[in-house]
Design a protein. Structure first.
Length: 160
């Protein structure tokens, strides 16, 4: 997602060429776009560790988002998030998107990926578990998941 695309998502105003499914952007998409814009403003564009739209293959319409909450930390770890509009949930899109994001992270030298979900979001818990992430902690509000690769090479700044 570019800065301009993120600004459109936050404003809820597609351009003439945007292909958004009904209900996009959802609240999580707006929050992800805001996080991306804040990162760009504070530390620069984090690409390739930014935010991406999830699009249906058959028509190219945006149905959600997936992305990194910023660049890798000093140990090579990143945090990810994802979400779909209600009409796209339960069809495997989130699982496919998260698996692709994990493969992308690993290919770019990331050593571990973390994510979290509310206790009552069973679907998201299943998505993370199915993608190979394991439950590592929980508190009164969230469950925390993580996947670690022992063969990955730690990076400190992907733009270096």
């Amino acid at each position: 997602m570019s800065v301009r695309e993120a600004e459109r998502v936050v404003a809820g105003e597609p351009d003439d060429g945007a292909r958004w499914a009904a209900g996009y952007p959802a609240g999580g998409d707006v929050a992800g776009a805001r996080r991306f814009l804040n990162t760009c403003a504070n530390t620069g564009d984090p690409q390739p560790f930014g935010t991406y739209a999830i699009r249906r293959r058959e028509d190219g319409y945006a149905i959600g988002g997936v992305g990194f909450h910023g660049t890798a930390d000093e140990s090579g770890s990143v945090t990810v998030g994802y979400g779909l509009i209600p009409s796209a949930q339960g069809k495997g899109y989130a699982s496919e998107a998260l698996r692709a994001l994990l493969a992308f992270a690993r290919a770019h030298g990331i050593t571990s990926v973390e994510g979290d979900t509310d206790h009552d979001n069973i679907a998201s818990q299943h998505v993370m578990a199915a993608a190979g992430m394991r439950l590592v902690a929980e508190d009164g509000r969230l469950k925390y998941y993580k996947i670690t690769w022992s063969d990955a090479t730690a990076i400190t700044d992907p733009r270096s």
